[in-house]
Design a protein around this ligand. Structure first.
Ligand SMILES: NC(=O)c1ccc[n+]([C@@H]2O[C@H](COP(=O)([O-])OP(=O)(O)OC[C@H]3O[C@@H](n4cnc5c(N)ncnc54)[C@H](O)[C@@H]3O)[C@@H](O)[C@H]2O)c1
Length: 384
C-alpha cells in the first residue's frame, strides 16, 4: 500500500484526491499540507481521509511517504518537488512543471540523483480522443504532417486574476500560454515533436488587473518545413478547443474528424473516401482509455512505482513543454524569431530573467486570499 501526501488543497487538489481514492486498494492518503492549514483540515473532513493536516510541508519530509502530489501555485513547484525528491519520495507535480527552465533542470537533476520518479500532470493525454489521435498519427496513415492548428481557447473573467498568486510573472510565471495552453502544447509536442524555431505575438485584451498575457499567437517551424500555429487564450467564449493535423494525405483532429483528398488531373480535390474510411476504421478499433484524466495519470504513476515501468509524462517531457512556452514569451517580448534549444546562457532561462525581460501589461490590482467557491472546469473532453 503506497502512502501519499497532497501538498496544496485548492481547486485542483480534489482531482488528485478523487483519483487516489479510486485506487484505494493500492494507495492511501496519509498527509495533507496547506499554508492555510484549515483548508487542509477541511479537505480531510470532506473526503473522510485518515490523514493528518500540516501547515508546513517540510514537516512531511522525514515521514513514511512514498508519493507526493504537488498542487500548489507554479512558483512553488520547484522547491517543493526538489525537497521531496531529495527526501526519497516520488513526485507528481501539477502543470506547469515550473516557471523557468532553470527550475526544470534542477528538478530533473534531483530526480536523477535520487532515482525517484518525477511526473508532470498532463491529464489530457489520458483522454480517449487524444490517445486515439496519437495512435493514428504514429501509424503514419495521414502521411507527413505539413500543418498543425492548436486552438487553446479558454475563457476566464476579470476576477480570475484577483487570486493572490495569479496574474504576475513572479508567482504565476505567465498567463494563458503557460497555464492554460500548457495542456495543448504538451499534446502538440507529444504528437508532432519539437519545432526548430518560432515567432509569436501576445497581448492582454481583457484583464487589466494582470501583468501577464491573456492572448498569444505563435507560429512554429519544424526541421522538415512543416508549420504549426498555436493560439493561447482566456478570452474565447465557448472554449472550443481543438488540435487539427493536416497530413500530406489526410486531415485528422481532436475532437475526432477525418477528411482525405485526392487530386483531379487539374489539381482540384475530390474526396478520398477509401483512405478516410480506412483511417476511421482504425480509429474505431482503438481501445478506450481505461481511466480518464487525473485518474489515468495517477494510475500511470502508481503503476510506475509498483512495476518499474516508465511514466508517460516525465520531467524531461515537462521541460520540453516549458521550453516551447518560454520560447513564445521570448519571441513575443523581444520581437525576435526564437531558435531552440534555449540554454542556460539565455536571458529567458531563469525566473529573474523572464521577469526582467517579458512584457508587463498591467499592474496586478486585486488580491483575494481564497475564492468562496473552489469549483473549476478543466477544458474540453474532445468528444465530437
Ligand atoms: N491540471 C489542470 O487541469 C489544472 C487545473 C487547475 C489548476 N492547475 C494547477 O494546479 C496548481 C494549483 O492551482 P489551483 O487552481 O488549485 O490553485 P489554488 O490557489 O486554488 O490552490 C493552491 C493551494 O496551494 C496552497 N499553497 C500555496 N503555497 C503553498 C505552499 N508553499 N505549501 C503548501 N500549500 C501551499 C494555497 O494555500 C492553496 O490552497 C497550479 O499549478 C495550477 O496551474 C491544474
Amino acid at each position: 500500500m503506497l502512502k501519499v501526501a497532497i501538498i496544496g488543497t485548492g481547486s485542483i487538489s480534489g482531482a488528485h484526491i478523487g483519483a487516489y481514492l479510486q485506487f484505494g486498494s493500492r494507495c492511501e492518503i496519509v498527509a495533507v499540507a496547506d499554508i492555510y492549514v484549515e483548508k487542509a483540515q477541511e479537505v480531510i473532513n470532506r473526503y473522510g481521509l485518515s490523514a493528518r493536516a500540516v501547515k508546513d510541508y517540510k514537516e512531511l519530509l522525514d515521514e513514511d511517504i512514498d508519493l507526493v502530489s504537488v498542487c500548489t501555485p507554479p512558483y512553488t513547484h520547484a522547491p517543493i518537488a526538489i525537497d521531496f525528491l531529495q527526501a526519497g519520495k516520488h513526485v507528481l507535480v501539477e502543470k506547469p512543471m515550473a516557471s523557468s527552465l532553470e527550475e526544470c533542470d534542477l528538478m530533473n537533476a534531483a530526480a536523477r540523483a535520487s532515482g525517484k520518479i518525477l511526473s508532470v500532470v498532463a491529464q489530457n493525454r489520458f483522454k480517449t480522443p487524444l490517445m486515439k489521435l496519437k495512435s493514428i498519427l504514429d501509424a503514419d496513415l495521414i502521411g507527413p504532417v505539413v500543418h498543425a492548428q492548436v486552438d487553446s481557447f479558454w475563457w476566464r473573467g476579470h476576477s480570475y486574476y484577483d487570486l493572490w498568486w495569479r496574474g504576475t510573472w513572479e508567482k504565476e510565471g505567465g498567463g494563458c500560454t503557460l497555464n492554460h495552453a500548457v495542456h495543448h502544447i504538451d499534446a502538440l509536442l507529444w504528437m508532432m515533436g519539437q519545432p526548430s524555431e518560432l515567432l509569436a505575438v501576445m497581448s492582454n485584451v481583457s484583464h487589466d488587473n494582470a501583468e501577464v498575457e491573456d492572448l498569444s499567437v505563435a507560429i512554429l517551424r519544424y526541421p522538415n518545413g512543416a508549420l504549426a500555429q498555436i493560439t493561447s487564450s482566456v478570452v474565447h467564449h465557448g472554449e472550443e478547443q481543438q488540435l487539427i493535423f493536416q497530413g500530406a494525405k489526410a486531415r485528422v483532429s481532436a475532437p475526432w474528424q477525418v477528411t482525405a483528398s485526392n487530386a483531379q488531373p487539374n489539381g482540384f480535390p475530390v474526396p478520398n473516401t477509401q483512405l478516410a474510411d480506412e483511417i476511421m476504421a482504425r480509429y474505431d478499433s482503438l481501445p478506450e482509455v481505461r481511466y480518464e484524466g487525473h485518474a489515468g495519470q495517477v494510475d500511470n504513476i502508481l503503476t510506475a512505482i509498483e512495476t518499474g515501468a516508465p511514466v508517460l509524462i516525465d520531467g524531461e517531457s515537462g521541460r520540453r513543454t516549458l521550453e516551447l512556452i518560454i520560447g513564445i514569451y521570448k519571441a513575443a517580448s523581444l520581437g525576435q524569431n526564437v531558435r531552440f534549444p534555449i540554454g542556460p546562457e539565455d536571458p529567458f532561462y531563469t525566473r529573474e530573467g523572464i521577469q526582467a525581460n517579458a512584457i508587463h501589461f498591467y499592474e496586478k490590482t486585486g488580491s483575494v486570499e481564497n475564492f468562496q467557491s473552489s469549483k473549476i472546469t478543466m477544458g474540453s473532453d474532445y468528444k465530437a
